[in-house]
Design a protein around this ligand. Structure first.
Ligand code: TMP
Length: 214
């Protein structure tokens, strides 16, 4: 059985850069790694992703959003994550069930127990062994995220969540910190307001310690 590691954080925290650097590092060390992401990670879930993140879909109601995340996750877990773990891979997943608790629960205010139930249904009980929360202030994250949007002139418009208010993102950040507090053994919190190299070292050390069973 492999090892399942998830990365979480608010928009612009730097997790996508860090997860790629970690993939490279672990691959060089000889580990078999699979890098994937949510929403998405397989063709059916990628189609759901397009609906979820489309900036034209601002009218989507919170419960529809929640159910779409659950649907995409169910497909992704069964088609991609479980088979990779069964092959003994380290699965690095950019966002997972904690994102639903943080965004749809703490951010949108949907009932946390209902989300917990849907998460368990969608994952058939699969939980990450380790979750890296890259934490940074909302102003820092949103500034990075908005700069990224400005630099992309064409292509799919995936910024529906970036366009939410700073207040929404503050609730999401607080939600993540609360989740980390509730499950101290599973979570590690890394300061994402530092530069890429400093954050990379913190992430790599924390993950290697965990893989070594420390
Ligand atoms: P990304 O920016 O990491 O690609 O994630 C896409 C967006 O989807 C991000 O704004 C967070 C949001 N999201 C949720 O709201 N709930 C979820 O369960 C997941 C996986 C992502």
């Amino acid at each position: 059985m492999g090892c399942f590691i998830t990365f979480e954080g608010i928009e612009g925290c730097g997790k996508t850069t860090q997860i790629r650097l970690l993939e490279q590092h672990l691959t060089e060390k000889g580990f078999k790694v699979l890098l994937t992401r949510e929403p998405g990670g397989c063709p059916i879930a990628d189609q759901v992703r397009a609906i979820l993140l489309d900036a034209a879909n601002m009218a989507m109601i919170p419960s529809a959003e929640l159910l779409l995340y659950a649907a995409a996750r169910a497909q992704h877990v069964e088609e991609v994550i479980r088979p990779a773990l069964a092959e003994g891979r380290i699965v690095l997943c950019d966002r997972f069930t904690d994102a639903t608790l943080a965004y749809q629960g703490h951010g949108r205010g949907l009932d946390l127990d209902t989300i917990d139930y849907l998460n368990r249904l969608a994952t058939s009980g699969l939980k990450p062994q380790l979750t890296v929360l890259i934490d940074c202030p909302v102003e820092v994250g949103l500034q990075r995220a908005l700069a990224r949007i400005d630099s992309i002139a064409t292509g799919a418009r995936e910024e529906r969540f970036e366009l939410e208010s700073a207040r929404f993102h503050q609730k999401v950040r607080n939600g993540y910190l609360q989740l980390a507090e509730e499950e101290k053994k599973r979570f590690i919190i890394v300061d994402g307001s530092k530069n890429v190299e400093e954050t990379r070292i913190a992430v790599t050390n924390a993950v290697l310690d965990r893989l070594d069973g420390k």
